[in-house]
Design a protein around this ligand. Structure first.
Ligand SMILES: *[C@@H]1O[C@H](CO)[C@@H](O)[C@H](O)[C@H]1NC(C)=O
Ligand SMILES: *[C@@H]1O[C@H](CO)[C@@H](O)[C@H](O)[C@H]1NC(C)=O
Ligand SMILES: *[C@@H]1O[C@H](CO)[C@@H](O)[C@H](O)[C@H]1NC(C)=O
Ligand SMILES: *[C@@H]1O[C@H](CO)[C@@H](O)[C@H](O)[C@H]1NC(C)=O
Ligand SMILES: *[C@@H]1O[C@H](CO)[C@@H](O)[C@H](O)[C@H]1NC(C)=O
Length: 543
């Protein structure tokens, strides 16, 4: 607060003088270029500031930097007298990431000073008559200036690996993203390698945040969920929208041998059995009735012959002296069995082509029942606690299998089917690509177990970063042109090339469409057992 008052006082003190003495031509031109209403600085109303320096005053300058915290790209004009050392003033501005700076020396009508920051500091003096643009863009050509980046080694966004010579390299889709950005500025990319993570290990996020805060990294090669770090919202740039959900191993299918012997749906079988019993009862009792006997329930044999034979579309013999009533009943039985037989066969064939799954996993309770665990790593624990709350986390803590980040990444991208994994839309396309030649992927995305329905992945810059404007335009351009999507798709093949992922081979699916020997396993079993019994019975009779 004290600083604010100080700087406003300093500014207002010299404004009166400025208004009288400032070259009106300069201001008219500036007005057109930067489109401000009035040069009388007020931070709230415009993003331009005017500072008058009589002598080089550290306190005022520091107050200025603090006032412009996180908006250092504000266009600033210094009014200075000849006691101020222009070069050292500009160098300090550069140190404090203020690039949009002009200085009018000595209230002069003639010249205007500015500086070029890249590739090295140069003081520029221009004649007012010859100026076309007062605030020239500083990042147009950085002439090979180093831009530092650092990777978090999260698949498949940015992946650290060692090449044939044993030196560290970067791949993943954020690598071309950052590399091209650096190229558009004609700068050179410098990668921060000092932390050298283990194979597949995710770099400690607090370590990365410390690097960012200390300003040692210009453009990070990692993106973070904005929801977890609201304090970074003002200097983060959203690059991706995603979803955080759970990837489950696909439930196993019911064996076709069981389907063939069970004959499809249980309910259908039960209905057919009840229908058969009714037919049997009716036929049995019509016969008894015609013979003048009392009705009876003992119709077991009639169920086999003729009802079952009719159902299986087999011949059965009609009683020689059957009445008209019995013939009609048998005719109805034939019609009914024809319909039943066809429904049954259609149902069975459908099930054989699309075998049903074991009970699907729809909740944590189902996971518990199926004995399935969710593999997580240390960073996920924090995130899960954030999303579910401590109580929500503890409620299912028996389901979590905590492992190191390197085991986690290896196992998730392999992927090892004995676990479920939390996953975002970033990695999921890679898992799909991996199984694309297979009859069926070994995993599915759970629609029920969604941890965060909308994740904003953002690139976080230092709050006073000079690259804010440039990266914003670049993100829009790469998204609009489809380059970003292209890099995402391409990263699968890049990872394939360095052996960090594998595509499972093509599998001929036609064989699984037909009925195989092993599908008739139980029929073989029944057949062999009954043949043996008959042989034994025959042997018994002979002896
Ligand atoms: C400021 O003006 C004085 C004379 O009034 C002149 O001697 C001096 O060189 C000028 N300085 C600058 C930086 O223009
Ligand atoms: C890019 O920077 C290099 C120095 O690293 C310089 O020689 C070259 O002229 C620059 N290219 C462009 C197009 O400005
Ligand atoms: C290994 O280093 C040599 C010489 O520095 C270089 O020519 C070669 O391309 C490098 N190989 C790989 C795989 O990077
Ligand atoms: C990450 O680094 C911070 C300090 O920078 C440390 O306190 C923390 O324990 C580290 N976390 C892990 C998982 O190593
Ligand atoms: C972000 O900026 C807004 C307005 O510019 C400000 O009110 C808010 O406090 C800032 N948030 C943080 C975390 O700096």
């Amino acid at each position: 607060m004290g600083n604010k008052v100080l700087i406003y006082l300093a500014i207002f003190a010299c404004l009166a003088r400025a208004q009288i003495q400032l070259p009106s031509k300069v201001f008219d031109q500036l007005k057109v270029e930067v489109a401000f209403e009035t040069v009388l600085l007020l931070r709230e109303k415009s993003t331009d500031s005017l500072v008058c320096l009589e002598t080089e005053n550290e306190v005022i300058l520091n107050a200025l930097y603090q006032n412009l915290e996180s908006i250092r790209n504000t266009r600033t004009i210094f009014m200075i007298t000849n006691e101020v050392d222009m070069e050292s003033l500009f160098r300090k501005c550069l140190e404090n990431k203020m690039l949009n700076v002009l200085a009018i020396g000595n209230w002069s009508l003639e010249e205007i000073y500015s500086y070029r920051s890249f590739p090295e500091f140069t003081l520029v003096m221009r004649k007012v008559d010859q100026i076309e643009r007062y605030f020239e863009p500083q990042l147009k050509d950085m002439g090979g200036y180093p831009i530092t980046t650092v990777s978090d080694n999260i698949f498949p966004r940015s992946v650290i690996y060692k090449d044939g010579n044993g030196s560290y390299q970067l791949t993943g889709y954020l690598a071309p993203f950052v590399e091209s950005f650096v190229k558009t500025l004609n700068a050179t990319l410098h990668v921060y390698w000092d932390h050298a993570p283990e194979e597949n290990e995710i770099v400690n996020i607090s370590f990365l945040n410390d690097l960012m805060r200390a300003g040692r990294v210009d453009i990070p090669m990692f993106i973070t969920n904005l929801g977890f770090t609201p304090s970074h919202r003002n200097h983060s740039h959203i690059v991706e929208l995603s979803k955080w959900q759970i990837m489950l191993p696909v439930e196993s299918q019911i064996s076709r041998a069981l389907l063939v012997v069970g004959g499809g749906a249980k309910l259908l079988n039960l209905c057919i059995f009840i229908l058969m019993s009714i037919y049997a009862l009716v036929i049995h009792n019509i016969r008894r009735f015609e013979l003048g006997m009392a009705p009876s329930l003992m119709c077991l044999w009639v169920i086999f012959d003729p009802v079952l034979r009719a159902m299986l579309s087999q011949t059965f013999s009609m009683p020689r002296s059957s009445s008209l009533r019995l013939r009609w009943t048998l005719a109805v039985l034939l019609m009914g069995s024809f319909v039943c037989y066809n429904i049954y066969i259609t149902n069975l064939e459908t099930l054989l082509v699309h075998p049903p799954f074991d009970p699907p996993i729809l909740s944590y309770q189902d996971m518990r029942r199926a004995g399935l665990k969710l593999m997580i790593s240390e960073p996920d624990k924090g995130a899960l606690t954030f999303v579910l709350g401590q109580r929500g986390y503890n409620a299912n803590s028996d389901l979590y299998e905590m492992v190191s980040t390197s085991v986690y990444q290896t196992s998730r991208s392999k992927p090892n089917t004995s676990y479920a994994y939390p996953i975002t839309q970033t990695l999921w396309p890679h898992i799909k690509m991996k199984f694309i030649r297979q009859e069926q992927a070994a995993f599915r995305l759970s629609k029920e177990l969604v941890l965060i329905p909308l994740v904003h992945f953002a690139l976080r810059l230092h709050s006073n970063s000079i690259y804010k404007g440039a990266i914003n335009r670049y993100i829009l351009n790469t998204q609009d042109s489809g380059l970003y999507t292209h890099w995402r798709t391409q990263s699968f093949y890049d990872l394939l090339a360095i052996g960090k992922t594998k595509q499972l081979p093509y599998k001929d699916t036609s064989s699984s469409m037909h009925l195989r020997w092993e599908d008739l396993y139980y029929y073989w079993l029944i057949y062999i057992v009954s043949v043996n019994i008959c042989v034994l019975a025959f042997a018994g009779e002979v002896l």
